[in-house]
Design a protein. Structure first.
Length: 321
């Protein structure tokens, strides 16, 4: 009797200057893959142009285990380019996205595959279930950013959602169909739809826990999402123009009437300077909004590749994509 064909799982792992975490990651994931005998695994590392010995470590790991593949970029293209490359070069029936973060609950992989294989869902994603006292700067910035995005964007982000998820190939193909250069994957997951099961797990924060989130990260994270998935800023600029045009017209009428009927016309340059400065700042604000959209349009129409491959041990990989 012919053996039942195993379903293929590709684990995509982006990495950047993480030479020391790769062996530890493989030591943790290998026992899990060995227990899941009903699946055929591949681990695809996407090296985002690391400057340390990450590439050397990947070469050594591939010699030890043929299930390991890697793609190295010619330079640093960013996390979104790494995700896009991983999805584009995955050939599994299920595509799992993992990181080298040591706090990621990789032991949830069997449960996630079981949920996905039931046929009721197209994606199983993870999120952190926190206690009220487990708060740091990332939580504060993330909550504030998600609140802003939820109000003015067409997508809603799940609070404390993590990158760790598993998707069916159909969903990954839908994600790849969105070929825009400026990508924001967390919103893309929501935009393409499909049935997603959210699996919660507890992460206990400690006093030594550090976070790379700061005000700059918060602004960039929110701005990328809002501009890529919302027209609300353009609408805001439009209504600012309408409102201040009406106000200016009314002020002009008041000034004319006051000049005609008042015996002592109002003098002084300070109110005039304040009004001019205020209106000028509104105009610059609106021009800044337009500039954000125009800069993204400029990057889109150039049709540059998301990444350029510098080296790979995987067959059939496009040098640029």
């Amino acid at each position: 009797m012919e053996a039942m064909k195993k379903e293929r799982v590709t684990i995509v792992v982006p990495c950047y200057n993480e030479q020391g975490d790769i062996p530890t990651f493989l030591e943790e994931i290998h026992p899990i893959m060995s227990k899941l005998t009903d699946y055929q695994f591949k681990v695809l590392f996407i090296d985002d142009g690391s400057q340390d010995k990450t590439l050397r470590v990947l070469r050594e790991m591939t010699r030890r285990d043929k299930r390991i593949e890697y793609i190295t970029f010619s330079r640093h293209f960013g996390k979104e380019a790494s995700l896009y490359a991983g999805f584009a070069n995955s050939d599994g029936d299920y595509i799992a996205l993992m990181s080298l973060n040591m706090k990621e609950p990789r032991n949830l992989l069997p449960k996630m595959l079981k949920i996905l294989s039931s046929g009721l869902y197209d994606c199983v994603a993870t999120k952190i279930s926190r206690k009220d006292d487990e708060i740091n700067n990332k939580n504060v910035y993330s909550k504030l950013s998600n609140m802003i995005i939820g109000q003015i964007s067409e997508n809603e982000l799940v609070e404390d959602a993590m990158d760790f998820r598993i998707m069916r190939r159909q969903m990954v193909q839908a994600i790849l169909a969105l070929g825009e250069y400026d990508r924001f994957s967390k919103s893309i997951y929501d935009w393409v739809g499909f049935r997603t099961y959210w699996l919660s797990y507890e992460e206990h924060m400690t006093e030594t826990t550090s976070s790379k989130w700061n005000l700059n990260s918060f602004v960039k994270y929110t701005l990328d999402n809002v501009v890529n998935f919302s027209y609300a800023p353009l609408t805001l600029a439009f209504w600012c123009g309408i409102i201040f045009t009406v106000i200016s017209f009314l002020v002009l009428i008041v000034c004319i009437v006051w000049e005609l009927i008042a015996t002592n016309p109002v003098t002084g340059w300070i109110p005039i300077i304040c009004i001019i400065t205020f209106i000028g700042s509104i105009q610059l604000f609106c021009l800044g909004i337009l500039g954000q959209y125009l800069s993204r349009i400029f990057r889109e129409i150039k049709k540059r590749p998301h990444y350029i491959v510098g080296e790979t041990n995987k067959d059939g990989v496009l040098l640029t994509k």
